[in-house]
Structures are given as C-alpha cells and as structure tokens.
Design a protein around this ligand. Structure first.
Ligand code: 2P0
Length: 320
C-alpha cells in the first residue's frame, strides 16, 4: 500500500502547445521530446497513512498549490472512492520554473499510485493517465527520444530511440529560479483564443514531426537542430502574439541563444530549445559538451548549469 517511483522531466524538441479538449486534457498537436537522466523527481505514495485529507509534501514542505492537481490525478488512477493519500515528493531541480517539473511529478505519482494499489497496467495506459493530469507527463513514461502522437480521440506514446542508441547531452542554463508568471495550462488557452498564429501552428506541426522523426532515425544532428530551433521559435511567436502577450524570456535567455549561435558558427554540434520559462536547454553532441558548458557558464545572467544525458522512463524503485 506504499510505493516509490522515480521520473525524470523531458524536454520537447517538437513542442506541445494547445489543447483540443480541455476537459480530457488532450493535446491539439503531437510532440517529440527527450527524457533527461540527471534531473529527477522521487515520489512516495502512501495509501494507508493516517492523514485525514490528501497531503502533498514537496521537498519537505506541504504544498497546497499543486495538491488539487495531484488529488485529481489520484482520483483518475485510483477512483474517487478512496481514502486520503499521503504523497511525499522531492526533486533535485527548481520546480515550476520551465524545467518540466509537472511532467516528472505526474509521471512519478501515476507510477507510484498504481504500484501502491498493486495495479498492473500497460505503460501506454500509464502514459495516458499521466497525460490526463499534465500533457507532457505522458512522455516521461518512456526513455530516450519519445513521440506523443495525437490521433483520433486518444493519445499514443512511444520511444523512437533509446537513450543509449543516440547519447546526446543537454546543458540546462538556469537564468531564473522563481516560478513563471503564467502557467502553461492557462497560457495555452490564451494562445488558442487570441493568437493570430495559432491555427497555422497547428496546421504545420505534422511537417515538423515528420522531419524530426526522420532526423532521429538517421541520427542526423544538423537536421534535428534546424527543425527543433524552428519549432521552438514558432511556438514562442504564437505566445508573443497572444493577448495578453506571453514573453517568458529574459535578457540572459537571449544571451544564451546568441552564445549557442556563436558556438554553431565555430562548428560545435549544439542547438537551443526553450519552453514556457526563461531557461535555455542546449542539446549537444557528447564531444562538444565541455565547450558548450564552459561557454554557457560564462554567459552573463546564467545562475546555474545542469548537465545531463538522456535517461529512462518513469519506474518504481525500492521503498525509501
Ligand atoms: C512541451 N510545454 O511540449 C511544451 C512546450 C511547455 C512548452 O508541455 O496543461 O505542463 O499540464 O497539459 O504538460 C507544458 O505543458 O501542460 C508543456 P498541461 P504541461 O513540453
């Protein structure tokens, strides 16, 4: 009746932005991501604690903000006729700051809750359950390069390539650790309702997905770099043109992008991607990791760097 799971966040190269069904939390587009290795969320779910109501502890402190979404996820996984649950979570990276903390949190709680209830479910079903709580969480059930397909009335998630088969590195430049001003869920709906570029974003996503899929299959870093940066900047253009505009970048975000451009001009195998937050993720070839790390380390406004390889999907671990 107690189980612990570990999940890692994932970084989308071809982004999820927009929902076709808010109630069911179904994405409007497919997406492709990489699951990270070193950034981790560890979550204990205890179904027989003596808590009177659902309780969420994050890094040692009660967290009432995230609790309603965790409770809704537990209802979805365990049914609403359940006893109060204690969830104890810890992450080794800043949460709610554009580092996909909701992806690892909802992937971990889904795996831990099903394990605690001794439910044996296929990974695909776990991914759909996690995705109902947070779209990007569905991708953290799988490792390496992961595609979330958005077909018919359901989502389908699969690994395109194992982490060990194309061991790229990701250097995360943290430029701000405070929570972002507008959460993704709300921001996506603002974009859908107000951005003049939204329909075109949805229409063109299939082309970017196909290009990225081919690049991953051919291990073609240059092609993956080009389509990933294009897709990232296109998503941010949708956000910038929304009303109110959503500009998640700060001046250090721009400086990091310029630094990546300078590294590319020097022949480095690196590209950037940025999510709904000011952090810059530089994806690079293993042999260029040291050069990328040193360049971003010395970029003005970078507060912290995290360097990671690609990792595995969410899984149960020994009780802590
Ligand atoms: C992504 N993001 O593909 C995109 C890129 C942010 C920018 O998925 O509303 O927290 O919980 O389904 O999963 C962030 O969205 O949104 C996200 P919900 P989620 O990674």
């Amino acid at each position: 009746m107690r189980a612990t799971a570990i999940a890692q966040p994932n970084i989308a190269l071809i982004k999820y932005w927009g929902k076709r069904d808010v109630e069911q939390n179904l994405p409007a587009v497919g997406s492709i991501s990489v699951t990270l290795a070193e950034l981790q969320t560890t979550m204990l779910v205890d179904l027989e604690s003596s808590v009177a109501k659902d309780t969420l502890v994050v890094n040692g402190e009660e967290n009432p903000q995230l609790l309603p979404r965790i409770s809704a996820c537990l209802d979805n996984v365990l049914g609403s006729e359940r006893a109060a649950v204690l969830v104890d979570s810890s992450s080794n990276f800043p949460i709610a700051a554009g580092l996909a903390s909701s992806a690892s949190a909802f992937a971990a709680v889904t795996v831990a809750a099903t394990a605690a209830a001794e439910l044996e479910l296929p990974r695909q079903q776990l991914a759909r359950m996690a995705g109902r709580a947070s779209g990007s969480a569905a991708r953290s059930l799988f490792g390496g390069f992961v595609e979330l397909q958005n077909d018919a009335s359901n989502i389908d998630v699969r690994s395109l390539c194992d982490a060990r088969d194309w061991p790229l590195q990701v250097v995360v430049a943290i430029t701000e650790t405070a929570p972002k001003p507008t959460g993704s869920t709300e921001a996506m709906e603002i974009s859908r309702k107000t951005s003049p570029f939204y329909d075109s974003w949805i229409d063109k996503q299939g082309v970017d997905l196909a290009t990225a899929r081919e690049a991953i299959s051919a291990r073609d870093f240059g092609a993956l770099a080009m389509v990933s940066e294009h897709n990232c900047l296109k998503m941010h253009s949708v956000m910038w043109a929304s009303r109110p505009p959503m500009v998640y970048w700060n001046s250090a975000t721009m400086r990091c992008m310029q630094m990546v451009r300078a590294l590319q001009a020097d022949g480095c195998g690196v590209f950037f991607t940025i999510d709904a937050g000011p952090q810059v993720k530089a994806v690079c070839l293993p042999e260029d990791t040291a050069a990328v790390t040193s360049a971003l380390e010395s970029t003005e406004g970078v507060k912290q760097l995290m360097v990671t390889g690609l990792g595995d999907g969410a899984r149960r671990v020994e009780q802590r």
